[in-house]
Design a protein around this ligand. Structure first.
Ligand code: UDP
Length: 308
């Protein structure tokens, strides 16, 4: 199959492409490398370097996987306009490419569309509790708008679109630094370096972490299973973990002498997050397989290599 992957050079994209290339597909990637630190694209990939909002493509594809986004909570604060625009205009561009190709589109939305959810674990049917003018709204609302636009293309043009909402995916190749670092990679890096582990707030907030191999497996199912037109899926774990417990687990697993430092909480930080996986179990026959200790071990081993 001919597959276009936007944001294919990033953390999630690079793992998905390894799998798709291995399965014999022909891959084209659009990426501006704006958030990419660890480059891991196979040579076989056709690369279009540029912003998805500006790119001109005339080729036709069987599948379009739209991953490109500014993904980091700290990014929302530093680059809110770019976050809002790339996450919304970028989706429009990808939809137009999909429409001209009459392709299947898989959109990587976010569990962030649920905001500070009142139902945990959260099912796909929950509408979300999002502050439309809060500091995270450039991200949350652009993802929500993208979902609305995608479903509009489905309703008006009958396009075969599928939406997934990933929940805190982690693994090797995740950035650990500066404004892009997500909690797992930041804590591992801090632990290995002997730096303070920075917890925002008191660490009682929860997340449910999903190892990247599980995410790849779910994504290929969402792409290739027939009859999923217009469907939305949580791709996440239902095992909630406190951030302070994650910090202690990483300290134990690395044998680090780092100390935990409590910083002021992030504004609008969702207090709890976990996925209701009833629908993915039933419709995709998928559920997370990699226990968090095993995924963390693989991630820690990888970080030991890149930072030594
Ligand atoms: N977090 C933290 N210290 C860090 C980075 C993140 O305590 O150095 C917390 C953050 O406040 C949030 C959780 O870890 O409650 C997950 O943050 P992340 O940025 O990975 O993604 P989010 O789930 O907020 O999109």
């Amino acid at each position: 199959m001919k597959i276009l992957v936007s944001g294919g050079a990033g953390f999630l994209g690079s793992f998905l492409i390894d799998r798709l290339i291995n399965d014999g597909h022909e891959i084209t990637v659009i990426d501006d490398f704006s958030t990419v630190k660890y480059r891991a694209l196979p040579e076989k990939v056709n690369l279009i370097k540029g912003k998805i909002e500006d790119v001109q493509i005339n080729d036709k594809f069987d599948y379009v996987v739209h991953l490109a986004a500014r993904p980091s909570p700290e990014d929302y604060i530093q680059h809110p306009v770019e976050t809002a625009m790339s996450n919304s205009m970028g989706t429009y561009k990808m939809l137009e490419i999909t429409r001209k190709s009459d392709a299947v589109m898989v959109y990587t939305s976010s569990s962030e569309v649920y905001g500070s959810a009142e139902i945990i674990p959260t099912p796909e049917t929950y509408w979300g509790k999002v502050n439309p003018i809060g500091i995270r709204s450039c991200y949350d609302e652009s993802k929500r708008f993208s979902e609305a636009l995608i479903l509009s293309y489905y309703r008006e043009y009958g396009l075969d679109v599928r939406i997934q909402r990933p929940f805190n995916v982690y693994g090797p190749r995740l950035r650990e630094d500066g404004s892009y670092g997500r909690v797992v990679s930041r804590f591992i890096y801090q632990a290995l370096k002997g730096d303070d582990i920075t917890i925002f707030g008191d660490g009682s907030q929860t997340r449910a972490f999903l190892y990247v191999d599980d995410w790849v497996e779910a994504t290929t199912k969402i792409m290739f299973i027939k009859g999923l037109k217009g469907e939305v899926f949580n791709v996440g774990s239902n095992k909630e973990m406190k951030i302070v417990d994650l910090a202690n687990l990483i300290l134990n697993m690395t044998g680090s002498k780092s100390r935990i430092k409590f910083l002021p909480p992030r504004p609008d930080d969702p207090p709890r997050r976990a996925a209701d996986i009833t629908k993915v179990r039933e419709k995709l026959g998928w559920e997370p397989k990699v226990p968090v200790e095993e995924g963390l071990k693989k991630t820690i081993d990888w970080f030991k290599q890149v930072i030594s």
